[in-house]
Design a protein around this ligand. Structure first.
Ligand SMILES: Cc1cc2nc3c(=O)[nH]c(=O)nc-3n(C[C@H](O)[C@H](O)[C@H](O)COP(=O)(O)OP(=O)(O)OC[C@H]3O[C@@H](n4cnc5c(N)ncnc54)[C@H](O)[C@@H]3O)c2cc1C
Length: 221
């Protein structure tokens, strides 16, 4: 377990395979920053829901946005939530069937969302979202107008009550299985950046974040 920056709460203290737990903000921020989406679990009078949506981080908050008409965004002001993010890094092939595992980085964040009501803060965090998607693009696009901003709700949740769980490394087999005649190891995953696909109606030169997309130098998260 990494150094504990924030002591876990009763509901964030990992009990199962607790040695893979982490509660420090550096681990949490790295998991959030590597994500384009999160899943938000909440309940209403129709039951429990878990909805995927785009997310980004600014400081010690996770942000989401959507239409004012979104059922989810309306409910989030009334409901306690749990936000999850998971990155799958590999399939762990052990010698015995029941010792197979997965390498991953996951985070669970608990609390309540609040609307970002300050207009300047709302606009600047939407720009931060664009910056995360493609560094430098905000300055090139037609900016959002008042009508678009007025139709959009931006919400944030503090990255305060959270748990991370990270598994990495090889399979862990029992000593008596080590001679079993089967391949063992990790089948790793990585998110692949493919070649950009220029819009058929676009004849403009590609900016840096497009040219650098595939090799990762384009700075997008
Ligand atoms: C890609 C992937 C595949 C998995 N496959 C399996 C599987 O097949 N079977 C299985 O039993 N488990 C699997 N897990 C682990 C699973 O997420 C839980 O950690 C585990 O099931 C224990 O759940 P629990 O409620 O008993 O844990 P507890 O330790 O009792 O949970 C206590 C608290 O710890 C925190 N916590 C628990 N799990 C996580 C997590 N993954 N990330 C961040 N915080 C967490 C939460 O705040 C939770 O309330 C997988 C995880 C990942 C990311």
């Amino acid at each position: 377990m990494t150094e504990t920056a924030v002591p876990p709460s009763e509901r964030t203290r990992v009990r199962r395979v607790a040695e893979n737990a982490s509660y420090d903000s550096a681990t949490l921020y790295a998991i959030v920053d590597d994500a384009y989406l999160c899943h938000i679990a909440f309940s209403d009078d129709k039951g429990s829901h878990c909805i995927p949506t785009a997310c980004w981080r600014e400081g010690d908050h996770l942000y989401i946005h959507g239409s004012n008409g979104s059922r989810m965004l309306k409910r989030l002001t009334e409901s306690e939530v749990c936000v999850t993010i998971t990155h799958l890094d590999g399939l762990v092939m052990a010698r015995s069937a029941f010792n197979h595992s997965m390498n991953y980085r996951s985070a669970m964040i608990y609390g309540s969302f609040e609307k970002v009501l300050d207009e300047a803060a709302k606009r600047s965090t939407m720009e931060a979202f664009m910056e995360k998607l493609a560094a430098g693009r905000q300055a090139q696009v037609r900016p959002g107008n008042d009508k678009e901003y007025n139709a959009t709700t931006v919400m944030r949740i503090a990255l305060a009550e959270a748990a991370c769980k990270v598994r990495s490394g090889p399979a862990v087999d029992d000593a008596e299985d080590m001679d079993w005649p089967v391949w063992a190891g990790v089948l790793p995953f990585a998110r692949a950046r493919l070649a950009p696909q220029t819009d058929a109606a676009c004849s403009l030169p590609a900016p840096d974040y497009v040219l650098g997309w595939q090799d990762g130098s384009g700075k997008a998260a």
